[in-house]
Design a protein around this ligand. Structure first.
Ligand code: C2O
Ligand code: CU
Ligand code: CU
Length: 485
């Protein structure tokens, strides 16, 4: 039998990083911070009507080149949608691309036919209407393409945006909430570029196995932007919108910040920290105190390799990349000397104390290196995604425990549609993972337990998805389907 060490070395040799066709020169630096515009839709009482166009355009991302990009109501990425708890939204999505796509409302509790997953494709020139009530609390959710086998590529082109939910609880709190003034979206994505300025997507075995990692990090489509502000306290709504990279975020002066929210909305109490880990599709809302009036830079520091050289640490580093990146510079100048107070308590989370009716077990599996070639490289419970197969049947309104095991050698961010769960157990769980979540990062050879209360929407025909949110893994089959009846 191969020794473990030799085994890992064999794999690493097989997936050695390709020579990047990296566009190294001419990257713009010191760019002004940009953010998507806010779209409130057209309101009529509690009914809110949105009109979205999925379109192609060109963007100035790197110097002297135009990058062909996709976006929603803009050239790259989507406009930020905003609505309130209690609203009924009516979203008309028209596809102006030359290929089929979808828009999925990630993090939203909603009827299966409104979900926008692979079962709601929008053909070119067609319009899809998604209608649902917003039944969940204030949160930073997002939306993105979910086209079967094409999600990675379509999100990479730009089909992703934020959907902010407000409610009375959050409005009553004195949190920074003026969009673009003291409340900023921070969509972090990594990209590679070809010499002509176009995005370079998968071009190696490494990209297929580890997921697509880019050498250039963008915030809202801008390289290393500089955010100038006079506000003493700012709120960052951080979305890891990357296909595969996990970020370990901290500030270069190691300052502490205040974590107020995760995927499903506000935490119960502020968590003070100087670093956070954010895997693909996870969101985190943080408050940054900049009354000291200096400049500080949010950056990604690659994980430490605790096993030295060729072990799990190595695999993890490869997922986050071996490099450190500066991501976003915040320049504080002429700070308003207004005082601010941080709320003692944030949201109170309803206790989930209903009877647990079912426990389900999931096992995330992947074949690595040369074994990938044998096919079905990515699977859950030994099954690779099949759009014609329903994997699980869940009772509407029930409470379940999902036990998810990662039997592979790399971490996978596991995501479930239509729910916000609580993590019951996870090795080394962080205080900021105690809130409502729709995605959890599962380390290699570990198990998490999730407590899930399913909404009462029923639909025998249309399934929801659960999957790894490394989009290349999802596209290659690490995904399953459940119906709620
Ligand atoms: Cu963010 Cu199934 O997706
Ligand atoms: Cu989702
Ligand atoms: Cu994965």
């Amino acid at each position: 039998m191969l020794s473990r060490r030799l085994f890992i070395q064999t794999i690493l040799a097989a997936i050695a990083l390709p020579k990047r066709i990296l566009f190294a020169n001419g990257l713009l630096s010191n760019n002004a911070f940009k953010f998507p515009s806010l779209d409130f839709g057209k309101r009529n009482g509690r009914d809110v009507y949105f009109n979205l166009n999925i379109q192609q355009g060109f963007s100035d991302i790197i110097a002297n080149k135009k990058t062909k990009t996709w976006g929603i109501n803009q050239d790259f990425l989507g406009v930020t949608l905003q609505a309130n708890k209690g609203d009924r939204v009516h979203i008309k999505v028209t596809n102006h691309l030359h290929q089929t796509t979808t828009l999925h409302w990630h993090g939203m509790k909603l009827p299966a036919n409104a979900d926008g997953g692979p079962h709601q494709p929008i053909e070119p020139k067609q319009t899809w209407l998604s209608e649902f009530d917003i039944i969940q609390p204030a949160a930073t959710t997002w939306y993105h393409s979910h086209q079967l086998h094409k999600t990675g590529e379509q999100v990479y082109q730009g089909l992703a945006g934020l959907f902010i939910i407000n409610d009375e609880v959050s409005n009553a709190m004195q949190l920074p909430s003026e969009y673009g003034v003291d409340d900023f979206p921070v969509i972090i994505q990594d990209r590679d570029f070809n010499r002509d300025g176009s995005f370079s997507y998968i071009n190696s075995m490494h990209d297929k196995m580890m997921g697509k990692l880019g050498n250039v990090v963008l915030v809202n489509g801008v390289i290393k932007p500089v955010l100038n502000t006079k506000k003493p306290l700012i709120r960052l709504r951080i979305l890891n919108g990357s296909n595969a990279r996990t970020y370990h975020l901290s500030f270069d002066d190691n300052r502490h910040f205040y974590i107020i929210g995760s995927d499903g909305g506000l935490l119960e109490k502020i968590v003070k920290s100087n670093s956070i880990t954010l895997s693909p599709s996870e969101r985190m809302e943080i408050l940054v105190d900049i009354t000291d009036g200096t400049s500080t830079t949010l950056r990604h520091k690659s994980a430490n390799d605790s096993m030295g050289g060729m072990g799990m640490g190595m695999m993890n580093r490869m997922m986050g990349g071996a490099e450190d990146f500066n991501i976003l510079q915040i320049n504080a100048s002429k700070i308003d000397k207004t005082q601010f107070k941080l709320p003692e308590k944030l949201a109170s989370h309803p206790q989930i104390n209903k009877k647990i009716t079912q426990k389900r077990y999931f096992d995330l599996q992947m074949k690595m290196g040369p074994m990938m070639m044998l096919g079905n490289a990515f699977s859950i419970n030994g099954k690779t995604m099949n759009i014609n197969r329903i994997d699980e049947v869940v009772k509407a309104g029930s409470t379940e425990v999902w036990v998810v095991k990662n039997s592979s050698m790399m971490a996978h961010p596991f995501h479930i549609h239509n729910v916000q769960f609580k993590i019951i157990s996870k090795p080394n769980i962080k205080p900021y993972e105690r809130g409502f979540k729709d995605t959890v990062l599962i380390e290699p050879n570990s198990i998490v337990e999730l407590l899930i209360e399913f909404p009462s929407y029923k639909d025998r025909k249309n399934p929801y998805m659960y999957h790894c949110h490394i989009l290349e893994h999802e596209d290659q089959g690490m995904m399953g389907q459940f119906v709620v009846v």
